[in-house]
Design a protein around this ligand. Structure first.
Ligand SMILES: *Cc1c(COP(=O)(O)O)cnc(C)c1O
Length: 434
């Protein structure tokens, strides 16, 4: 569309780049991998996002996950003014923190105790420290393509070969910090067993996204998660599910409920804060008793359990808990969306694959299987970029990167989906010259 106007966004971006590295406070927001400059948001409501130039979008980013009930949901924020009026942070405990902890513990049978933090990054970083303190071991296993936030020890890629000692993915991460991070292949138990057998006494924890949500959407196979459960037991390592995306999203009880597999520790973020900065980690009593001040493993936070964040998060979780049909409705919508996109893909005969797990969706620009990071890498990111730009200019905000999932919310209507699919079809035609 030629009448797409983003003049104000472009102006703000020029200013932004003077004062903020790359003009953004988190890299994906720069829209770099789709060859555009970012749009700047003015407001959002339900499934819709409005930018500073007055463009309206059907939003499939939804803050990358926290907004399962849609933007600025009034049921979630109701009463927040009163909380605000009582004060925004105290540095001494509040009752609502206990309510939040109780709700999480009651909702997840694998969790006996939980500690609140301020982001998903803090949750995984802290969980790993506790797992290391608990086992008295140093090494951890993570999987290529799984993202667990930006803590140093997790910013690793695998080097060559199947058993891989970590190589930093970012300057500023010392090799010494990642030397204890072993990288295995997602959905590949052989790669995990090999590493355990070579380091039988040294592995403190295995951390995994039970549904990969940061390399597009790559669900774990049930046998794989079951295998991780068994091998960690066998070798005395802690199994950590990073449910920062999947927690309270794929089901109220998270991926662990869907798969029926209990980890030793779980990390949360995103949905539990309803759009305010929150994270949490919890797990079995014996492990969580290691956390300071009860135990010797130090972990703290000036704003942890912040009353505004607890209030919004708790309201969000209570709505989800009391309205289980939200999950079936979301999944129904996701299935409808999946089917409609697949019909278009078939009709146009283009190399695109829709992956869906519950209400998590993604569109890979390639055909074949998508079981791990290297399989995902076959996608045509240039075609995705053309497609993304066409979607954006016609009022649909897809993830500005091929390797991110789509986020549906309860606020997305059937009409939103129908309209999106129509625009999707035209955008594919442009991307594939059809
Ligand atoms: C988003 C995410 C994180 C990091 O959370 P932040 O709040 O961005 O620090 C960690 N793990 C997973 C699986 C995530 O999706």
């Amino acid at each position: 569309m030629d009448n797409f106007n983003n003049k104000k966004s472009e102006e703000i971006f020029v200013e932004a780049q003077k004062y903020i590295p790359g003009g953004v406070n988190s890299p994906v927001r720069a829209f770099k991998s789709v060859g555009l400059n970012p749009i700047f948001v003015e407001r959002a409501k339900g499934s819709r996002l409005f930018d500073v130039d007055g463009n309206e979008y059907i939003d499939f980013i939804c803050s990358w996950g926290p907004l399962i009930l849609g933007h600025s949901n009034e049921e979630v924020s109701k009463g927040i003014e009163e909380v605000l009026a009582r004060g925004t942070s105290y540095g001494v405990p509040t009752a609502i923190e206990v309510e939040m902890a109780k709700l999480i513990v009651e909702s997840y049978p694998s969790i006996d105790m939980v500690r609140m933090v301020n982001s998903g990054t803090e949750a995984t970083m802290s969980a790993l420290r506790v797992a290391r303190g608990y086992t008295g071991r140093n090494k951890i296993i993570k999987f290529e393509g799984c993202y667990h936030g930006h803590a140093d020890s997790l910013l690793v890629k695998s080097g060559s070969g199947t058993i891989t000692f970590g190589v930093p993915t970012s300057p500023g991460v010392p090799e010494g910090t990642v030397k204890d991070t072993l990288v295995c292949t997602y959905n590949d138990m052989d790669s995990v067993r090999k590493v355990f057998e070579e380091n039988p006494e040294d592995i403190a924890a295995v951390i995994v996204e039970p549904v990969g949500g940061n390399m597009g959407v790559v669900p774990a196979e049930k046998d794989f998660l079951q295998g991780l459960r068994e091998i960690t037991k066998e070798f005395g390592a802690v199994l950590i599910f990073d449910e920062v995306i999947t927690g309270f999203r794929v089901a109220y009880g998270g991926a662990q409920e869907v798969y029926g597999i209990e980890p030793d520790m779980t990390c949360f973020g995103k949905i539990i804060g309803a759009g305010l900065p929150v994270g949490a980690y919890g797990g079995k009593k014996a492990i969580m008793e290691m956390v300071s001040p009860l135990g010797p493993v130090y972990q703290a936070g000036t704003l942890s359990g912040n009353p505004l964040a607890m209030y919004m998060g708790l309201r969000n979780l209570n709505i989800l808990k009391n309205n289980p049909e939200i999950y079936s409705n979301l999944e129904e919508k996701a299935i409808k969306f999946e089917k409609a996109m697949n019909a278009v893909i078939e009709e146009l005969d283009v190399e695109v694959t829709v992956i869906r797990f519950k209400a998590m969706l993604c569109t890979f620009f390639a055909k074949g299987t998508f079981r791990n990071f290297s399989e995902v890498m076959k996608c045509d990111t240039e075609k995705y970029a053309i497609f993304f730009r066409e979607m954006l200019k016609n009022g649909v905000l897809f993830p500005p990167a091929q390797f991110e999932g789509l986020f549906l919310s309860a606020a997305h209507t059937n009409e939103d989906i129908d309209k999106t699919v129509e625009i999707f079809k035209n955008a594919l035609k442009v991307a594939f010259n059809k």
